[in-house]
Each structure stands twice: as C-alpha cells, then as structure tokens.
Design a protein around this ligand. Structure first.
Ligand SMILES: [Zn+2]
Length: 392
C-alpha cells in the first residue's frame, strides 16, 4: 500500500544529496511512502503512481524530530524551585534530589502514566523518536524500575545511575560509584541501550565518570555524557576519549574541547531549554558548526532545569540565541539527533528511511523559528502511519 504525499511546498529532506543546502531542501516536492518506509522523493511533477494520494496543499514536510536527550521517568513537581530561580537564586545540581524523593515514593503506574503523557505531548509537537534516561531512583530497584518503564515507550533507553550521588552515599561518593558500576549496572544493563554520567562539579568527577562509562561499555552499553553544562570541565574530552555517541550540554567549552569534538565522532548535543529555564548563557552553536562539529538539538525535558518537551521551541531558541540558521537548527533537531542516537533509519526523508514525517501548517520549516510558540504541527506520521491528529 503506497501513499504519495504531493504538493509539498518545502520538503526538508535532511539529506544534502537530495536538495539544496545542509537541509537538502526541495520545492513543489512529493514523497512516496510504502510499508512504513520512504520509497521515493522528488518533484510533484514526476511522482510515480501510488495506491493512495495525500495533498500537502503547499505546506512544509520535514522528518519527525529526534529528541536525543530527555528525562521522562520521574514524579513530583519543582514549580517552587523554578519560581525561586526566577527570583534570582542560581541553579545547582542538588535540586535533582527532590525529584529523587518523589520518584521513589511513586507507584509504577504513576511513573508510567507520566512517561506516556510526555511521550504523547512530544509526539503532538512532531517528535517521533525520543530518548529517555533513569537517574531519579538512585537505588538498584528504583533505577531498574525506571528503565523497565522507559523501555515500554522507546528503544532509546539510557542508564543514568550516575546522575547525582544518592543521598544515602553523601559521605561516600566512591562507594556510590561502586554501586553504580556493580550491582546497579547488573540490574540495569538488560533494560538499556546507553550509559550516561553527569560529569560536573557537584556530581561526578572525570575519574568517577570514566569508571561508570567504561563499566557500562563493558556490558555492551554505549556511552553518552552530560558534559560542561555548569562550567568548564573534563566531560567533553572524556566523551571523545571514550568514543561516546554524544556529549550533551557543551555550554562551557575551551578551544581544546572544540578541537576534540571536531576531531572525533562524538556529536555535540545542545539543550537550549536548560539555558532558557535557568537564565544562563547559551552554548555557542556557531563556533561548533564552524569548527566542523556535528551538532544535535534536544529538549532535556526534565522537571528541574528544562521542563519542555517542545523541539520547535528548542529550534527557535537555537536560531535566536545560538547563531544557528533555521535550516541548521531543524537539521540538528532531526538528523543531528539521529546521529547522536546512531540511528541511520530516522532523522531524514530519503529512500529507505523510516516514514517519520511532520507536516506543518506553514509553507516552510523556517516558520518553526519565525513563528515561535505557535502550534504549527498539522500532522505526524510514524513508520508510515498517521499518529497525530488521532483518528485521521
Ligand atoms: Zn539531562
């Protein structure tokens, strides 16, 4: 059953070999999807016959967003902390512990309902692939439970026992690292694809993060790192050294950090929702792009430092605040995220890729930044099936 989507005003393929510029843009385009995959991409005038037809009526089509960094398994609310911060108090990593307490107390059903709610919320804003992490349990059973729940909603599941030192180990951080690299890893590895560590002052230093990431890698988990968020530090270079898929945040970078990223395969994942929500300086995407670094944009959706699931919002921030062009920002939110998750099947619209598509109520993807805060997503396909709006 092949469907031809025709009369696409602007098609952002995210494959430079298919069209203009870094986004591989085509005008008056058409896409044929078949069996959940993209079968053909070209101009409406040349579209091959299909079983079914759908006219985009001049609107824009782009790949579903790939949100490669989120923390969706949690309970509780940190409105008060946000209010305090907006009244002038600085953010520190310790606020995570309030969510840990609420998450431990929550039932499985409550945690799962939260994950489902945020995945649905993201989907309605065009996110068809989303990563999520543990990290609010910090005990063996609570971390394993978070990953089991996450894995029911996405294959991109990350073990983040090394989010902060568990309160029970406040006086023995090395003892906590032994737990994270020992019994907790044993319980969590079967449910996860990735291992992550928060390498930051107030969380884990380079040696501790290296121990966690190498122990995870020995169990088949691929590293990704929370790095250089709150200040300069060793996280980015550790990520590159270990061949991590991604170094996330990258807000405070030295020249050596940028050189390391440019010389390696590690994607720099920028999370501007954090800087927005903590009133902090944004990462310099322009500097990274000009150095040849692969950049991804992600939401970092979490209740403390970035409680947004909106990739369009992140695109708008990246354009306004981080020196990215609209094309670069949308590519980073789709293809960039796919590279950060090592998913060649998503993040672009090219023959063979999964038919994850977003139709906008706008003539071009540029409107994602040009019309910030406006709900422009008209329809979403995942694996060739319309998943939003429901019932279409
Ligand atoms: Zn994060």
């Amino acid at each position: 059953m092949a469907t031809a989507i025709t009369d696409i005003g602007t098609l952002l393929t995210c494959d430079p070999s298919l069209g203009e510029g870094p986004g591989g843009v085509l005008r008056d385009a058409a896409v044929v999807i078949d069996g959940g995959r993209v079968a053909w991409v070209g101009s409406t005038a040349a579209v091959p016959a299909a079983d079914d037809a759908y006219s985009a009526r001049g609107r824009a089509l782009l790949p579903g967003f790939v949100d490669s960094h989120a923390h969706l398994v949690f309970a509780g609310d940190r409105t008060a902390e946000f209010q305090a911060r907006m009244s002038g108090r600085r953010y520190s990593a310790g606020g995570i512990r309030t969510t840990v307490a609420a998450t431990r107390e929550a039932t499985d059903e409550a945690l799962e309902a939260n994950v489902a709610r945020f995945v649905g919320e993201a989907l309605r804003q065009g996110t068809t692939t989303i990563e999520t992490k543990s990290g609010y349990g910090l005990t063996v059973p609570d971390e394993a439970r978070a990953l089991r729940i996450a894995a029911r909603h996405t294959p991109e599941v990350t073990y983040l026992g090394a989010h902060v030192v568990a309160p029970e180990y406040a006086d023995d951080p090395d003892g906590y690292v032994e737990l994270v690299t020992g019994p907790m890893l044993d319980a969590c590895a079967p449910h996860a694809r990735w291992v992550d560590a928060f390498c930051e002052r107030g969380a884990f230093d380079a040696d501790q993060a290296r121990a966690v990431l190498t122990a995870g890698a020995a169990r088949g988990l691929v590293p990704r790192v929370h790095a250089n968020q709150l200040g300069p530090g060793p996280g980015v270079r550790l990520a590159v050294e270990l061949g991590a898929a991604s170094a996330d945040h990258c807000t405070h970078l030295s020249g050596a950090d940028v050189d390391a990223l440019a010389g390696g395969d590690t994607v720099a994942t920028l999370l501007p929702g954090v800087e927005f929500s903590t009133r902090s300086p944004y990462p310099d995407a322009r500097r990274l792009l000009d150095a040849g670094v692969t950049v991804a944009l992600a939401s970092d959706c979490n209740p403390g430092s970035s409680f947004t699931s909106s990739m369009p919002f992140c695109v708008a921030l990246a354009v306004r605040e981080m020196g990215m062009t609209p094309d670069e920002a949308v590519v980073a939110a789709t293809r960039g995220g796919a590279l950060a998750l090592r998913r060649p099947d998503v993040g672009r619209i090219a023959p063979g890729s999964r038919a994850d598509l977003v139709l906008l109520d706008a003539p071009s993807h540029v409107h994602l930044a040009y019309r910030p805060g406006v709900p422009l997503v008209a329809a979403v396909w995942r694996g060739g099936v319309v998943v939003h709006p429901a019932g279409e």
